[in-house]
Design a protein around this ligand. Structure first.
Ligand SMILES: [Zn+2]
Length: 361
């Protein structure tokens, strides 16, 4: 077991925290603890997004750097008379990654461990083995013997269900395996951007933000952006790594460890051209690695940020991550550190004149 340094300790606490859309309190508290020392003021929007403000110069351009607090998970909908739980996925899940996985149900009386039940192969016909089980037919087993017992343990419809996974530093210590990298790595980037701007002279007001409810449609980003009214917006999130067997370069080009992803296009946003050029020029100048990415089948909070108020020049910078939207995902520590460095350097180059110039490019 690797001894966790300060950064890894923060990443473990962020990813261990439990929070599906609409249930982000625990994650918000961890993010708040880590970002507070570097912020001048902490506020929130009406949905619970965390907004940490750091003034470089009062009245300067407002730069928003936003991760999202929520993770994909499930919600209890019914308890059957035998004590098995029915549930609703919250966020995008593929059924094939769900069976036989351990989950935690967060109740008013504390956490309850469960497992998504599956049939042993012994009783599956040859035909059944070829067919994926549909999510609507799955159930969670908490070892209760009746509805009354499950209820007695605190289970109620509406309770959140969160994947369970131990934060793990792999043999290659740059490779980190954890639940909820989507999007606690974005929260970590927002924290570290404020941390690294400490004592740095720049004429901007920087907001490190943890949006709520991204996974159900980029919702908290709307309300947080409305409150901040930024001049420039960055969404920081996970992206797809295409460097595992069975993924073609046409599906996903990016590789772990080859630098943060500059997302030029996704289903929610055309990256703002002026801003995108500033980002890649800065990276080229400082030899910070990066990879271009386009995700026609996905979106990030930048999709909501750029459509708020009169419109906000925005883009997404993402970390190539394997196995997102499952129990555990893997990313490379260098990509995270380079993303922080790149955003900090871009902020140092921003002032009113530059913001006006790139806005109309
Ligand atoms: Zn996601």
């Amino acid at each position: 077991m690797v001894k966790l340094d300060e950064t890894l300790t923060m990443l473990k606490e962020l990813t261990d925290a439990k929070g599906i859309p609409g249930n982000e309190r625990e994650v918000r508290e961890v993010m708040r603890k880590y970002i507070e020392p570097f912020a001048d003021e902490i506020t929130n929007d009406g949905l619970g997004s965390l907004i940490a403000k750091k003034v470089g110069k009062e009245g300067g351009p407002k730069i928003m750097v936003a991760g999202h607090l929520d993770e994909v998970g499930f919600m209890i909908t019914q308890i059957d008379d035998k004590g098995f739980l029915r549930f609703q996925p919250v966020g995008g899940w593929w059924g094939q990654v769900m069976l036989a996985q351990r989950v935690t149900i967060v109740t008013r009386k504390g956490d309850v461990t469960g497992i998504i039940g599956s049939k042993p192969p012994h009783i599956l016909s040859a035909e059944a083995r070829k067919k994926p089980v549909e999510i609507k037919d799955m159930f969670i087993d908490i070892g209760a013997s009746s509805r009354e017992e499950a209820t007695e343990w605190g289970i109620r419809p509406g309770d959140m269900v969160v994947p369970y996974f131990e934060f793990t530093v792999m043999n290659n210590e740059k490779m980190l395996l954890a639940k909820a990298w989507d999007n606690r790595i974005g929260c970590a980037i927002a924290i570290d951007v404020l941390r690294q701007l400490k004592g740095v002279d720049h004429p901007n007001v920087v907001y490190g933000v943890g949006n709520v409810q991204e996974e159900v449609g980029l919702r908290g980003a709307k309300t947080a952006t409305y409150k901040i009214q930024p001049d420039i917006g960055f969404a920081v999130d996970v992206g797809i790594a295409g460097d595992t067997p069975g993924i073609s370069e046409r599906e996903a080009m990016s590789k772990m460890g080859k630098g943060p992803q500059v997302v030029v296009y996704d289903a929610s946003l055309v990256a703002h051209k002026g801003l995108r050029d500033l980002v890649t020029d800065t990276a080229d100048e400082l030899n910070i690695p990066y990879q271009f990415e386009s995700i026609p089948g996905g979106g990030t909070d930048a999709g909501s940020i750029h459509l708020t108020h009169n419109g906000v020049p925005a883009m997404a910078i993402t970390i190539a991550t394997r196995y997102i939207h499952s129990h555990a995902a893997m990313l490379h520590r260098d990509d995270y550190e380079n993303a922080v460095k790149l955003i900090v350097e871009v902020i140092k180059r921003l002032d009113r004149e530059t913001v006006d110039k790139i806005t109309f490019e």
